[in-house]
Design a protein around this ligand. Structure first.
Ligand code: EPU
Length: 329
């Protein structure tokens, strides 16, 4: 295993802002697990598993923690199943699945981060959600000090959540097994993909998603970002109806697990008029207001102030409580 000290958040997160993490452990093999946990114990610092750093915001100073990430990036395809090491780039998994002619994750193309991070936050986009194809997840349970195989049914997956997220920092994801399909399963209900032909091959759908995302998200070579900064609020039917009577043009989305998803990006654009609004080096992204982008030189404090301001406005002007999707360390 590799232990590094004072590792800049600019190098381990896609936001590319902030100070340093006191320690970063890279697990090169499963055999490193007990030693990594023992190291964290000796330092008396919390152990914080990370993936590709695409959903975290580090502080400007020193984060007194032992970050731990899994290096394993293996991808083992066997018929319609693929078992993926937690350290694999998620989009590489999607690209390879599509190359194999496998359906199920093409709508999740171009989401930054690793397999491990994808599981923790149960990534979703364009009507698809990772948990639909998860079969099981292999974890190291730091409470029990052992490797466990957790089935999908035991993973408490929901909208951008899972047991790996709610039981914060308890589990280090080691790998995940996905069940995909050679039989075409186009998922084109989402507005951004409606123009596609239902007989489109899987690689055409991936291409379309890549195109849509390239229009909506900041270019990571120029800006820092962690994608959507906030969760879309999930409300009950009465609350949704009350909002719709105030904002008749507001679109709503029914969630398969129940509840109604309120499109915060829509409110940010059409009601709070935040699209493209800048405060110093922080921007509510010009093409997607739910996304916060950091211009070069931005600090973590600036981003947090902007977030506090937006949260306040949502409360006052929309009477909606909003919470970050991004983990603020
Ligand atoms: N909208 C606007 N203006 C905006 C942004 C959105 O009017 O500036 C409207 C859209 O027209 C649409 C609705 O709001 O009617 C929803 O917008 P969109 O489809 O762009 O998705 P989102 O709810 O803003 C979610 C995910 C994204 C994911 C997209 C695509 C969350 C927190 N975010 O965003 O995931 O890529 O759907 O399906 O659920 C992420 O989690 O970091 C992320 C980027």
């Amino acid at each position: 295993m590799k232990i590094e000290e004072n590792v800049p958040f600019s190098t381990i997160t896609t936001f590319k802002v902030g100070g340093v993490a006191r320690y970063l452990i890279t697990l090169e093999s499963l055999d490193d697990l007990p030693e990594a946990v023992a190291f964290a114990k000796r330092t008396s610092l919390p152990l914080v598993p990370i993936g590709g750093g695409s959903n975290i915001l580090g502080p400007d100073g020193v984060l007194d923690a032992v970050l731990v990430r899994v290096q394993d990036d293996t991808r083992v395809f066997a018929d319609e199943t693929v078992t993926v090491g937690a350290g694999a780039s998620w989009d590489r998994v999607v690209r390879e699945a599509v190359e194999h002619g496998l359906w199920g994750i093409e709508n999740l193309s171009a989401i930054p981060g690793t397999m491990g991070g994808a599981v923790v936050q149960n990534i979703g986009a364009y009507g698809a959600v990772l948990s639909d194809v998860i079969e099981s997840v292999r974890v190291f349970d730091t409470h029990q000090g052992m490797v466990r195989e957790v089935l999908k049914s035991q993973s408490a997956f929901g909208y951008r959540t899972s047991i790996y997220k709610s039981e914060r920092d308890r589990f280090i994801i080691l790998s995940a097994t996905l069940k995909l399909s050679f039989a075409p399963k186009p998922n084109l209900g989402y507005a951004d993909l409606k123009s596609l032909d239902a007989s489109s091959p899987v690689n055409k759908i991936r291409d379309a998603v890549l195109h849509v995302r390239a229009q909506k998200f900041p270019d990571l070579s120029e800006f820092g970002t962690a994608g959507s900064f906030f969760l879309n609020p999930i409300v009950d039917a009465d609350t949704a109806r009350a909002l719709q009577s105030r904002f008749p043009n507001m679109p709503v989305f029914d969630l398969p697990e129940g509840g109604i998803k309120i499109p915060l990006g829509w409110f940010f654009e059409h009601v709070l008029q935040l699209k493209g609004v800048r405060s110093g080096a922080v921007e509510a992204w010009r093409a997607q207001a739910l996304v916060i982008a950091a211009h070069p030189g931005a600090t973590s404090e600036e981003i947090k102030n902007f977030v506090a301001h937006v949260t306040d406005r949502a409360k006052k002007e929309l009477q909606i409580d909003i919470v970050p999707e991004v983990r603020v360390l």
